[in-house]
Design a protein around this ligand. Structure first.
Ligand code: FCB
Length: 436
């Protein structure tokens, strides 16, 4: 790891709905994920984030784990419905106070807060009015960003607008695997544009409210391999997933392949509003994907599983660190040398607590080692990579997979809520503390 600069930011990431629990505490409003989990068909183990890691109560213990890991930074998300239970109107002081306590405690422990405003848990009150399909939601998001800026801006140096808006659009509205569970190409276009607009509006509000803060967005980019000689399918998936958010935010344009489809939702000046100067780009990267054109999905394209002979995780995600290297170089070449942070990278593994009370996760250790080596090569290749956040601090509610996929570097025994650092925690600790 010898190309990593001195002031590199090492951190860990989590998100509100996946860890907090306490869904009815202190005036929190319902979100689309609470609703989605009510239908037993939506979540593989019929679970929900109602308790999750009970982080709302146990955050002091979790912050001590981050400190022990030697991480300089912690990326978390605020739940919009704790701050504004309906997503508009009334502000809930108790919700803001929770995030103030969290941030204070991070700062006391010398951990830099990285606050993300939207990690998918849209207030149900807004969904009832059309959710991200409605243009109004973008303006409500800007108001929420301003509330957070006003209340936490003096303590938080880094703000992120969205986490993976491309997943909200495609998985939530195209393939229907995530909340709110829709399958409509039209909805995907509306949601894509309104999330982009929300980003631009929120950035300009935050620039006024917290002029000193560093602002960015987080997009998941998984390179598409044209595996089945289906260049149209691959190009469509690439445009919808990898370009539909990066191009408008960083270049001020939509990719040609979707510009006509999305044009119904784009009003004059919108692209200028969306294309705001940013201080950093957050890249979430896990795998590579393979596309297949298919008329039985609303989007006309679907993702297919890698063949069994290809190295992959228990979740079926291909392990291919070379593609992270390629992805970073491509970002540099296409979008200029904006500072990049890898804001999520990690893998699910078949973790078991052994009789000695230890969790050995050699697959995850190997994954981190190989992906970090690829990142370090990219730095050598001139990529302006400034930091790396592992996903995730601890096992948590993995969306439609419920609790069946563990991504943590800390094992959570859910019945007792006991936290047990895995071998990968100690592996990263050495790297974070510059001891390898
Ligand atoms: C990302 C999400 C994160 C987590 C990981 C495994 O797409 O941002 O919440 O689910 O995948």
């Amino acid at each position: 790891m010898n190309n990593i600069p001195e002031n590199f930011v090492w951190g860990v990431s989590t998100s509100s709905y996946q860890i907090e629990g306490s869904v009815e505490t202190d005036g929190r409003g319902k979100t689309i994920w609470d609703t989605f989990c009510e239908n037993p068909k939506n979540i593989i183990d019929q679970s929900s984030g109602a308790v999750a890691c009970d982080h709302y109560q146990r955050y002091p213990e979790d912050i001590l784990l981050i400190k022990d890991l030697g991480a300089k930074a912690y990326r978390f998300s605020t739940a919009w419905s704790r701050v504004q239970p309906e997503g508009f109107g009334k502000v809930n002081k108790a919700g803001i106070d929770f995030y103030k306590r969290l941030v204070d405690s991070l700062l006391e422990n010398n951990i830099e807060p990285w606050l993300c405003l939207n990690h998918w848990d849209l207030p149900q009150g807004l969904e009832n009015l059309g959710g991200w399909r409605s243009r109004d939601t973008a303006f409500r998001f800007a108001e929420y960003a301003e509330i957070i800026g006003k209340n936490l801006g003096d303590l938080v140096p880094n703000f992120i607008t969205h986490n993976e808006p491309n997943v909200v659009a495609l998985l939530g509205h195209g393939w229907g695997w995530h909340a709110p569970g829709m399958q409509s190409a039209d909805a995907v276009m509306a949601v894509t544009h309104h999330l982009n607009l929300a980003h631009g509006l929120a950035v300009s509000r935050l620039r006024n409210t917290v002029p000193e803060a560093k602002l960015g967005t987080v997009i998941t980019m998984q390179p598409v391999i044209d595996w089945e000689n289906d260049p149209d399918g691959s190009a469509r998936l690439d445009a919808l997933s990898n370009r539909a958010f990066t191009d408008p935010a960083l270049l001020g344009t939509y990719p040609d392949l979707i510009s006509e489809e999305i044009s119904d939702f784009v009003q004059e000046d919108d692209l200028r509003t969306i294309h705001q100067p940013l201080d950093f780009f957050g890249l979430n990267h896990y795998t590579t994907v393979r596309a297949r054109s298919s008329q039985d999905t609303a989007l006309g394209v679907k993702i297919i599983q890698p063949p069994l002979e290809i190295p992959q995780t228990v979740k079926g995600w291909e392990i291919n660190p070379e593609m992270l290297y390629q992805q970073l170089l491509e970002l540099k070449n296409r979008y200029g040398n904006l500072p990049i942070y890898i804001t999520e990278n990690g893998c699910a593994a078949p973790d078991k607590l052994d009789s000695a009370g230890r969790v050995s996760d050699p697959d995850r250790v190997a994954y981190f080692r190989d992906y970090l080596l690829a990142a370090s090569r990219a730095i050598k290749g001139g990529v302006n990579l400034k930091g790396y956040f592992a996903w995730s601090l601890m096992d948590n509610f993995e969306w439609a997979d419920g609790y069946t996929q563990r991504f943590g570097i800390v094992y959570v025994d859910f019945p007792t809520q006991k936290r047990i650092p895995k071998d990968s925690f100690y592996f990263l600790k050495k790297i974070f503390q510059n001891k390898t």
